[in-house]
Design a protein around this ligand. Sequence first.
Ligand SMILES: *[C@@H]1O[C@H](CO)[C@@H](O)[C@H](O)[C@H]1NC(C)=O
Ligand SMILES: *[C@@H]1O[C@H](CO)[C@@H](O)[C@H](O)[C@H]1NC(C)=O
Length: 262
Amino acid sequence: MGRIAFIAGICLSAAALVQAVPFSPKLHKNTALVLIDIQNDFITGSLNNARAPVILPKVYQLLDDHEWPFIVASQDWHPIGHVSFASAHAGKQPLDTVNITFLDTPTKMEQQTVYADHCVPGTWGAGIEEGVQTRLYYLEGYRTPVNYIKKAQDHSVDSYSAFADNQYHRFTTLNSELTLHRVDTILVTGLITNACVRGTCIDGIKLGYEVILIEDATETLSDEIKASTIEELEGWGVQVMNLTQWESTNPTRLQRRALKEL
Ligand SMILES: *[C@@H]1O[C@H](CO)[C@@H](O)[C@H](O)[C@H]1NC(C)=O
Ligand SMILES: *[C@@H]1O[C@H](CO)[C@@H](O)[C@H](O)[C@H]1NC(C)=O
C-alpha cells in the first residue's frame, strides 16, 4: 500500500507539473518561428546598429504570446581569420570588398564584403541577446524544440542564409529539420534585413516554403536599405507584414506567459 501510495504521489505531482505548463495545444501548426542572428555583435557589439534594439519587443512578443511547434535560432559562428573579416585581408577596411574563388569551382568568383571581426565562438558578441536567449531556454524547458543553427563556420566561404552558404557549397541541417517537423511556413525575424534575413527568405522560397517576413521584427542600417530589400523580397514571393497584421489573421488563445525569471 505504501509503495502504491508513493507511486500515486509521484503520478499526482507529475500531473500537477504537467498542468502547470502554461501551454495550450499547438496553435501555429506547421509553422516555425525563425530568429535570424539576434546576436550581441549585431546589436551593441562590434557591428552595433542603433536600429537593431527596436525589434526586440516584437521578438519577445512572438515568444511570449504564441506557441510554436518548432523554433529556429541562427547564429553567425565564425572562426578567427574568417573570410568575412577585414582583418583577414591585408590592407582592407570594414565594408571593402574582396574577390574570392568558389570552393568547388575555382574559375568562378564572388565578391565578399568584409566587416570588423564578429561572432567568434566563445565571445560575448556571438551570444544570442539575453532576453531572447532566456526565453528560448524557458521554452526548451517546456519541450518546444529549438534548433540553433551555427552558420558560416567555414573559413573561406560566408553564409548569410541559415539554409546554406553563399556558394551553396554546403547546406545546414535546417531544411531537413523543418521537413522532419512538417513545417511548411516560416515566420522570419531578425538581423539584418538585407543580409542574413534576405538570404534566409530567398532560400526559403527556393526550397518551397511559404515565407512570411515580420517587417517590424527585422532591422538594418537605414530605412532606404530596408525598403529596397523588402521590395526585392516581395518580388521573390515573400509575404511581408507587421506583427499586428500577422496576429490579427493568426489569433492565439494563449495568454501571455509570465516569465518570473526575467
Ligand atoms: C574584383 O573583380 C571585379 C570584376 O571582375 C574587378 O572589377 C575588380 O577590380 C576586382 N577587385 C579586386 C580587389 O581584385
Ligand atoms: C501594420 O500594418 C497595417 C496595415 O498596413 C497598418 O494599418 C498598421 O498601422 C501597422 N501597424 C504597425 C504597428 O505598424
